[in-house]
Design a protein around this ligand. Sequence first.
Ligand SMILES: [Zn+2]
Ligand SMILES: [Zn+2]
Length: 553
Amino acid sequence: MTKPRLKVIPLGGLGEIGKNMMVLEYEDDIIVIDAGLMFPEEDMLGIDLVIPDMSYVVERRENVRGIVITHGHEDHIGALPYLLPQLNNVPVYSTKLTEGLIRVKLKERRTRDGVNLKVLPTGEEVTLGKFGFEFFPVCHSIPDAAGIIIYTPEGIVIHSGDFKIDYTPVSGKGTDLSRLAQLGAQGVLLLLSDSTYAELPGYTPSEQIVSEALDHIMANAPGRVIVTTFSSLVSRIQQVIDAAAKYERRVFVVGRSMTDTVRMALELGYLNAPDGILGRIDEMRGLPHDKIALVTTGSQGEPTSALVRMANRDHRHVHIQRGDTIVLSATPVPGNESLVNRTVDSIFKQGAQVLYDKLGRVHVHGHGSQEELKLLLNLVKPKFFVPIHGEYRHLSLHAQLAESVGIPKDNIFVLEDGDVLELTSQAAKVSGKVGSGHVYVDGLSVGDVGGVVLRNRRMLSKDGIVVVIIAVNRQTGKLVGRPDIVTRGFVDTREFKDMMNESRELLARTLDHGGARAAEWSFINTKVKDTLEKFYYERTKRRPMILPFMVKV
Ligand SMILES: [Zn+2]
Ligand SMILES: [Zn+2]
C-alpha cells in the first residue's frame, strides 16, 4: 500500500479571478475551503453567474467533513446555494459576519436544504476527520475576514484567504502577524497565499488615507455628498458615517442591497452609527444640502444602480444637480471601465463634482501588494508554496516573489484549477488533474428577474428576436407541417428570404429526427434554440433571441 498523502486540489480561483474553491483531501476525509462565484464576462451572453465545477466534491459527498469559508465576498460564498443542497447537511464554518452574509445569500436564492451553518470565532480549533483547523484574523475589504490554519497528518497548511496588511484598519482586527510568525517558527508545510495584487510593488495603503480623504470632502463640499461603493464594503460605509457625523451631516442609505447589508451589519454590531445619524429618505426633504450625505451602490456604473439612475434623473428620490459631490469609492472591476466612465461623464454633465480613484485617495483595495506578500512568506517560512487567487500572471509573479525570499524553485507550484498536488511531510508533486471549469447559472432558475430582463433587453437590442411556432397534432402528438418563423430586428426578411426558408427546412428535418420525443416541449425547446442559434450565427454572425412556441392543433 502506498503511504497516504495530503491532496490539495483547487477547483476555482487559480488561473482566474473569482469563484474560489479549494479541496483538501486526506484518505477518506475531505474539507472544502470557500465556494464562490464569478460574474460573467461580457461575451457570456445569457449567463448570470459562473460557479466552479463541483462534481469532484459532490461525487465524494460521503467524505466531505466540512466547508470552511474565509470571508463573505461573493467570490468566496456565492456557490454555496448550489453546493449545499447536493451534500448531506455538511457543516459550514465561518466567522460571525460571514455567517450573516451567507444567510442573506441563501435566503436570496431560497436555499433551505442541507444548510448547517456554524459560527467559529478566530482562534478556536475544530476537528474534521483527520483535519483540524482554526481561523486567524486577516485584514481585507470586509470585516471579519479570516485566514485558516489547517492541521493535517503531514503538517500545517496555512490558507491566507484574501488579505492585506493594514496596521491601522477601520474596523476589526488587523492580520495576526505574531500568530503567523509563531507557526513559522514551529514549521509550516504549505502556504496558500492570495495573489490578486501580486503585480503591484510596495505596500497597499492603509484604509486610514480614505478616512482622511472623506473627512476633507465632508468638511468642504458645498452641497450633498454622495458616496458609492460595494455594498459588502462595510468598513467603507463606517468611514462615511464617521466622517459625516463629524460635520453634522445626516446619512441616507439608498438602494436595496445597500440597505439590507447596513441593517444586517448594524444588527450584528459590525457597523456603528451615532443616534439620529441614519435617516429615512423622506426625511431628507427640507434639510440643507450641506447637511446631507448619501451612501449608495453604483460604483461600477451598473445601469440599474441608484447612482446611474440619479445621474440620468431617473431616480425616484434623488436627482444629481449642481453643487453635489459624488465619490466613487471603489475601483472598477475589469470590464466595467467604460460603464464607469460613462457614469462619470453624465454626472459632470449635471454640473456636479466627481471624485474617483484617479482624482483623490477615495479608495484603497483589499489585497496585499508585493511587500506584504513577501512579509507573509517571510513570517510563515513554508516548506512548499502555492500562489492562489489570481490569473496566471498574478500566480507567476507571486511565485517569483517567493523565490526571491528564498523558497527553492522546486518547492513552488503554480497550479491551475483541477491540478492535484500531493504532499507528504517531505515531498510534493503534481500527480494529476480532476474535472474543473465553468458551470453557468441561468438566472431564470434562481429568480434573478432584474438581471434576466436586462440581459434580454441587451440581446434584443443587439440582434433582435426570432419567434418559432411549431404545430403539434393534439391526437397523434406528431408535428404538423413546417415550423413558422417570425423575426423582428434580426435581418431584413425580404433580403434574407432564402436563408429564412433554409432555416425552416433545417428545423423541420432536425425535429423529424427526434422520433417519439419530437413533440415533447423540452426537446423542442432546446433543439430549436440550439439548431437556429448555430445556423444563424454561421450565416449572419448574429445571435438573436430565439423563442420557440408549441401550439396544439
Ligand atoms: Zn475578498
Ligand atoms: Zn476574493
